[in-house]
Design a protein around this ligand. Sequence first.
Ligand code: NAD
Ligand code: UD1
Length: 342
Amino acid sequence: MSKQILVTGGTGYIGSHTVVELQKEGFDVVIVDNLSNSRIEVLDNIEKITGIRPAFEQFDLAERDKTDAFFQKYPNIEAIIHFAAHKAVGESVGKPLMYYRNNLVSLMNLLECMKKYDVANMVFSSSCTVYGQPATLPVTESTPRQEAESPYGNTKAICEDIMRDFCKATDSLNCIALRYFNPIGAHESGLIGEFPVGIPNNLVPFITQTAAGLRDELKIFGDDYNTADGTAIRDYINVVDLSKAHVVAINRLLNNKNKKNYEYFNVGTGNGYSVMQLVKTFIEVTGVQLKYQVVERRTGDIEKIYADTSIANNELGWHAEKSLEETLATAWNWEKNVRNID
Ligand code: NAD
Ligand code: UD1
């Protein structure tokens, strides 16, 4: 019988791609999502890609009684991938309690239920934001974490600590935190992708929406950084590659290959690209002109970060496979599908 995996936030951006990869590997997926930042139609599109409609339960994981009822209804869950969280950095500055309540309480409810209903394994969505601006690059897992720049970033650091401490106190529990660098792109089918509500904060959705004519021009935040072209550097990871890292992490836990009962890994490509390099690559790959203008730096942005991926490569046996060119092509393909552009 196929193993049953709970994917929280499974109708969201990274969750939906991970559901597809899990189903392709033969897992039986159950999604929990309150649809606060995603749409129910994502289920149809997952089904179009894989031929399998995942089970779906709509509720808020910050509600303990509903979370309990879920585990009573699904007694065969063997592992959880916990994506569900609020993730808008700017919004978290204005509404910190909303972020702390949603992101921390959801995790604690799940951990308590894991103990109560005997679910041993969890993979958690963390972020390279926990490193702040590192003194040396690339960033390894032993690079010290720094105080978070935002309440959102702080929820990721606190969630990591909660998992670490609860794993220390609970031998039967196994957790892996994956620290994502910058996930971009979409499924090659163009059926699922990133669907930001309102004006996108992140670079690639802003680029594709500008290319699609929804935005007048891209604003490049600063060209006076200490980098070759003056624009900031990030490690952009293809969302399907990132999703595959979750399948690898789940298999590691299910097959008892983890070395400790709380582990964390960097998930990036190891390559840093500047904003200007990314913009130029997008124009080259798609042939679409993009209006852009350099403006002031964005408050809270760091200058450069990219991952040392050797531990993920050697210990997990996972590698990022897709190039920036391929990835940007999938992002544009998705945007065109959403906007009905030929
Ligand atoms: P997303 O907003 O597309 O997906 C999150 C999903 O969780 C949404 O569908 C939302 O409706 C759901 N959700 C939120 N709170 C919930 C709750 N209390 N109960 C039930 N459902 C809830 O975000 P994403 O980009 O797919 O990110 C997934 C995870 O990865 C998040 O934890 C995010 O913080 C983390 N992460 C994302 C990035 C990124 O750049 N996208 C980078 C690092 C880490
Ligand atoms: C941001 C968050 C980070 C979060 C990640 C994923 C901040 C400070 N950091 O990362 O905590 O984990 O999103 O959600 O918000 N850029 C432009 N013009 C734009 C948009 C972005 O020039 O319109 C630049 C940024 O200045 C940055 C790069 O593009 O240098 C990437 O930005 P973005 O996609 O927002 O990701 P991060 O800021 O790295």
